[in-house]
Design a protein around this ligand. Structure first.
Ligand SMILES: Cc1cc2nc3c(=O)[nH]c(=O)nc-3n(C[C@H](O)[C@H](O)[C@H](O)COP(=O)(O)OP(=O)(O)OC[C@H]3O[C@@H](n4cnc5c(N)ncnc54)[C@H](O)[C@@H]3O)c2cc1C
Length: 277
């Protein structure tokens, strides 16, 4: 078929022993639906995490000269952090406490044993019906993963498209792909509450689920680390307010930026983590 567009599943180049054996074997294959052992998949994920963990381990940092204290710390006064019964004095501090998943205030959600990216990895049984709340990058990637593993996935998103921070074309591409992989996408859909294994939607529809995965955004972990004790300002989301060099203003810190210049800075940015005080 000269110039034809027929696409073969397999082309064998060469008719020697290898070509004959491989083409004959491949021709005898029947398409089958793969059976996925979810428990083994998740155990593989756990092993992969355990394999890379040493690269980020306290031991590795200690080996390069970092004193690692494995305890919760908080600012107690300008130039002071308290942790593990000790007070550490500092000249510069980096706030790198990260973020946590946000659970939206839906009635009944606290009783629903919701999954988030914190506890998802402990799952060992595939939920036959999974509702994913939130169509950002995390919601989309996990919806796709669970659909491929065999769950019937419904993805609920309040906005009129997925991946709101991306270009509309990118949203459309991802939505098409997820649909083709069997994900039931509900955009412009507001969740109202959870009751008895069902997500209640505005307008009265309900979605029955075995597990619900909440991927509705993350919030900076800044509430309990004593930022008020050092005069570091946060915005209404809890993100540390920083200048365009990721420096927070703090009481008593020796910031190289004079206060007047910092406060006049037109470009005040927010950082969920990684600010210096
Ligand atoms: C499912 C998922 C997929 C992702 N995929 C990607 C991706 O593909 N690419 C990408 O770039 N990013 C991805 N991200 C985002 C990425 O994981 C984060 O950007 C990154 O982890 C942020 O690092 P961090 O050090 O700021 O915070 P974290 O990794 O959250 O670390 C903060 C640490 O601070 C500790 N801590 C908190 N409070 C205290 C305290 N008071 N005292 C002492 N320690 C404290 C916490 O225990 C934690 O260990 C993904 C995130 C998720 C959840």
């Amino acid at each position: 078929m000269k110039g034809g567009s027929h696409r073969y599943d397999l082309v064998v180049l060469g008719g020697g022993t290898a070509g004959l054996v491989s083409s004959g074997a491949a021709a005898g294959l029947e398409p089958v639906q793969p059976r996925i052992d979810f428990t083994r998949v998740m155990e593989h994920v756990a092993r992969a995490i355990a394999t890379v963990a040493p690269h980020d381990s306290p031991e590795r940092l200690r080996a390069v000269g970092v004193e690692v204290i494995e305890a919760e710390g908080r600012f107690v006064a300008p130039g002071r952090i308290e942790t593990a019964g000790r007070t550490l004095r500092w000249r510069t501090a980096i706030i790198a406490t990260g973020s946590h998943p946000v659970l939206p205030p839906l009635t009944g959600l606290d009783q629903a044993q919701a999954l988030t990216t914190e506890n998802l990895w402990d799952l060992r049984e595939l939920p036959p019906r999974l509702v994913v709340l939130g169509g950002g990058p995390i919601g989309c990637e996990l919806a796709q993963a669970f659909a491929r593993l065999g769950s019937h996935v419904t993805l609920v998103e309040l906005a009129d498209r997925l991946l709101l921070k991306e270009e509309p074309e990118a949203s459309a591409l991802i939505a098409d792909r997820l649909c083709s992989e069997g994900v039931d996408i509900r955009t412009r859909t507001r969740a109202r509450g959870v009751h008895d294994g069902e997500l209640l939607l505005e307008g009265g529809e309900t979605l029955a689920f075995d597990r619900i995965l909440v991927a509705a955004g993350r919030a900076p972990r800044s509430a309990a680390i004593g930022l008020d004790r050092v005069g570091v300002n946060i915005d209404d989301r809890g993100a540390v307010i920083v200048d365009d060099r990721l420096r927070a203003r703090s009481r008593g810190s020796r910031s190289p930026t004079p206060r007047s210049r910092a406060s006049a800075c037109p470009k005040r940015r927010r950082a969920s983590a990684g600010a210096t005080a």
